[in-house]
Design a protein around this ligand. Structure first.
Ligand SMILES: *Cc1c(COP(=O)(O)O)cnc(C)c1O
Length: 211
């Protein structure tokens, strides 16, 4: 746990940039420690792991849970029931399914669509041209609040290359009139903020190395 990193970054970033504390691999007790100093947004990437912590922390209604992991179709119902934000929607089919289930469950999750600006085979994400082509259909889907785009840069890029990819994401979001960009992690959050991120997803910088 590194609360001084957390406080330092919080002080440094513009007020329109939010910190998502990525708590995967860490326990509910550690979430509570940082929640005590005012952090209420937590990101998790595996449903079962997250759900166990959500049960323990269920009385802390201020906490908003963000799903940021690879979405398995058979988990969509549980994700919709238990997360207020979903950052990692990487296909049109999954978005449709989220919309259908949200209607049935009377939920209205905030969605950021994952987009891919490089051909990194290890990362999911919609192709930007495909997104543009589907945009009309996407806008008609019910019970989702589509506020932005999310992207994960490939590992090993220079600072300049990271900045360039993040700028592409910001510019696509702007062209679709979406306010949010969920981009930047412990290693590249500064470039992401410079490019116009509104959600930086910080794990190891705050919680320490995951085992
Ligand atoms: C794990 C994870 C993070 C946080 O990574 P760090 O490098 O530890 O900050 C951010 N975003 C996603 C999608 C993740 O899976």
């Amino acid at each position: 746990m590194n609360l001084s990193n957390y406080l330092e970054i919080k002080n440094k970033i513009p007020s329109n940039v939010n910190i998502l504390a990525v708590s995967k691999g860490f326990k509910s007790q550690e979430i509570k420690t940082i929640q005590d100093i005012g952090q209420n947004d937590f990101g998790e990437s595996k449903f079962q792991e997250a759900f166990e912590k959500q049960l323990i922390l269920k009385d802390f209604k201020q906490i908003h849970w963000h799903f940021i992991g690879r979405i398995q179709s058979n988990k969509i119902k549980k994700i919709v029931q238990n997360f207020q934000y979903i950052h990692s929607v990487d296909s049109f089919e999954k978005l449709q399914k989220i919309s259908n289930i949200s209607c049935e469950e009377m939920k209205n999750p905030i969605i950021m669509l994952q987009v891919k600006f490089s051909n990194d085979p290890t990362k999911g994400g919609l192709n930007p041209d495909f997104l543009m082509m589907k945009w009309r259909e996407i806008q008609e889907l019910k019970n989702i609040r589509l506020t932005g785009l999310m992207t994960i840069n490939p590992k090993g890029l220079s600072s300049k290359q990271n900045l360039e990819l993040f700028k592409k994401c910001r510019s696509l979001a702007d062209s679709l009139q979406l306010p949010d960009c969920s981009m930047g992690m412990s290693g590249d959050w500064q470039e992401a903020v410079e490019a116009g991120s509104t959600w930086i997803r910080l794990g190891s910088l705050i919680f320490g190395q995951r085992s």
